[in-house]
Structure formats: C-alpha cells, structure tokens
Design a binder for this molecule. Structure first.
Ligand code: XMP
Length: 330
C-alpha cells in the first residue's frame, strides 16, 4: 500500500498512461481513503478545475456522501463553469455539493481596485473567508480533501502553484486527504477520464486561480467582465475547432475605450467601446512562449461574433511572445 504520509513519489509507482494502470491506482486509492477516513466526513473546495474535480470523483467513489464539496462561484469563472460543476457532480454523480453564490460579495470587494496584486490578494482572501464560513457551518468534519499534485510538492512545497493565498486559517484544523499528490498532470487526466469525467473538464486549459479577474484588466466592472466572459467563450469555441489547438487560448479586456461607429436609421453615430484582445500561445513549460498562427478566417469569424457583444467595438490579436510579455495580461 502506498505511503501517503511521505512526500516522495513511491519508486514502484509506474507512470500512469493506460486505463489498466489508472484502474489499479483508483482501486488502491479507494482503499487508502477508506482506511484513512473511516466513517468521517471530508470537505473539499471544488473549483471544477482538473485536480479538484479528479479528487472529488475519487472521493465520491471511495466514500460517497461522506464527501462534502463546496463550489464557490466568485463571479470570475468562465462561461458555463458553475453550471457544469452542478451538472456533473450533483446531477450525475449525486455528490453532496454546496453551491455558494458569492458573486456579489467578490465583485463588491473588487470594485474600484485596479492594482493587479491587490486584486489577487482580495480574491484569495475572500475565497478563504467564504470557504471557512461554509466549513464552520458543518459539524464533525475532520478531513480536508486537496487537489495537490506532484509538481506542487516539487515546486512549491505542497502549495498549489500561483494560489497566492496563505492557506486555510489555523482554527480549521483538518487532516489532509491528498489522493493525487504523487501524480503528474497528464496522469491526473488519465485517472479523471477513467473516473468518467467529461473531456472538457479533464483536458481543460490552464486557468488562473483568480480567473477572469486577471484578464479583466484594471478595476473590474460587471459589464466589462460580462463582455470578457462572452468573448472568451467565443474564442474557446472557434479556436477549439482547429485541427491543432494551441496550448492556451483566451481573451483579455483592457480598461480602455476607443471610438466606434454605428448606424441608426442610416445615420452614423460615434461612440466609445471596449477592445477585446485575443491571446493564443504555445509552450511546454509556460516559461518560454511562442505565438502560433491562427488562420485569418478563424480570426475574422471570432471578430464578427465578438463585435456583437454589447459594449465591444474592436478586436485585437496579441502576438507578443514570452519573454517579453507574460501569458496573462496581469
Ligand atoms: P504568466 O502570465 O505568468 O502565466 O506567463 C503562466 C501560466 O500560469 C497561469 N497563471 C496563473 N495561474 N493563478 C494561477 O492559478 C495565477 O494568479 C496565475 N497567473 C498566471 C497562466 O494562465 C499561464 O498558464
């Protein structure tokens, strides 16, 4: 049986690439989880990202309703994500899922804040506060499930990369359940697929913890955030149709306006609108990044759809490489 108290990947754990290997891993983890947890309850912050989703599916298989998932909608998720979490975990897997609509709370705290680091800190702190509040409403929870993966242990001492939050408050004194902590990302995806999670959850692009907050550049307003969410869905849909998709592709919306023109009863009227930026990048490590060609036809299709979004009158394509530019705009 795998020693889960260690932080070193067991030498005899083969790289998981096949269904058989994934099934063997799942069976072993189900037993380990049942031994650790007994009839206790496990709490899990379920963002809908690959790692937390796979941990949720594993825990549901192992302990069913003893798992309590908390999905915090902070208003900065991509289009359709909160709905998908509810559909997959509550409707299909019959999980014990607490859905917290914290949209107003986050957006009110972020109103008028334009400094990127301050925005990240507010989002991180608010997330911890909301989660801690939900945890304090529950009785008898001793365990906390976490989607720690092996690179988190190797690169940042067990803290999920980029989380920018200081961890849970000490009064939430949980024992951790981290069933995928020895796995690399590609292995987590194989396990997720075998556990029956949908492809668009398992093969998701990297998405920052602060979500669309780092792409709605400057002080976030609800209308500009909505425009970004719509544009992002269009870009993911259209670029997703290409035979080879880039490593990451999304939109940003800077806090600038430029002149547009619209015709009302044949009379041209000038107005100010936002510019949406399309960003698509290729990389293996997110450290050095190149920009792939996007067919002009695809760019035009995206443009034609994006300029129909209320408030948007311009579409730009970001061809900056990293270095000098980072992938995200903030
Ligand atoms: P940058 O912008 O630094 O991004 O070139 C490198 C990769 O990391 C992701 N990223 C983040 N992920 N929280 C995260 O969880 C963050 O604050 C964050 N910032 C950047 C980014 O999407 C890219 O894949």
């Amino acid at each position: 049986m795998m020693d889960m108290t260690s932080n070193v990947r067991p030498a005899d754990l083969e790289r998981i690439t096949t269904v058989e290997q994934a099934n063997a891993f799942i069976d072993e983890q189900v037993e380990i989880i049942r031994n650790q947890v007994g009839d206790g309850k496990v709490l899990l912050a379920l963002s809908g990202g690959v790692d937390s989703s796979v941990v949720a599916a594993l825990l549901i298989k192992a302990i069913g309703k003893q798992l309590v998932c908390v999905h915090v909608n902070h208003g900065l998720l991509r289009k359709g994500e909160p709905e998908q979490v509810i559909e997959v975990f509550k409707n299909q897997m019959d999980a014990n899922l607490i859905y917290v609509d914290a949209v107003d709370r986050f957006l009110d705290k972020l109103a008028g804040v334009d400094d990127p680091e301050t925005k990240r800190k507010i989002i991180g702190k608010e997330f911890i506060d909301v989660f801690a509040e939900e945890a304090s409403k529950l009785e008898g929870v001793k365990f906390l499930g976490q989607g720690t993966i092996y690179p988190d242990i190797l690169e940042s001492n067990g803290v999920k990369a980029h989380h920018n939050v200081g961890g849970l408050p000490p009064e939430l004194d949980f024992e951790l359940v981290e069933p995928v902590k020895f796995l690399y990302k590609d292995e987590v995806r194989v396990v997720g697929k075998v556990l029956g999670l949908p492809d668009n959850m398992v093969y998701r692009q990297p998405f920052p913890g602060p979500g669309l907050g780092v792409r709605c550049v400057g002080a976030i307003t609800r209308d500009r955030l909505e425009a970004l969410r719509e544009a992002d869905a269009i870009v993911r849909e259209e670029i997703g149709k290409l035979p080879e998709t880039p490593w990451q592709y999304f939109c940003a919306i800077p806090d600038i306006q430029s002149t547009g023109i619209k015709y009302v009863d044949g009379v041209g009227q000038r107005y100010m609108g936002w510019a949406v930026v399309i960003r698509a990048v290729n990389t293996t490590d997110a450290v050095v990044v190149t920009v792939p060609e996007i067919p002009f036809e695809t760019l035009c299709t995206m443009r034609d759809r994006i300029v129909k979004i209320p408030g948007v009158n311009r579409v730009l394509w970001d061809i900056s490489e990293k270095p000098v530019a980072t992938i995200e705009w903030e």
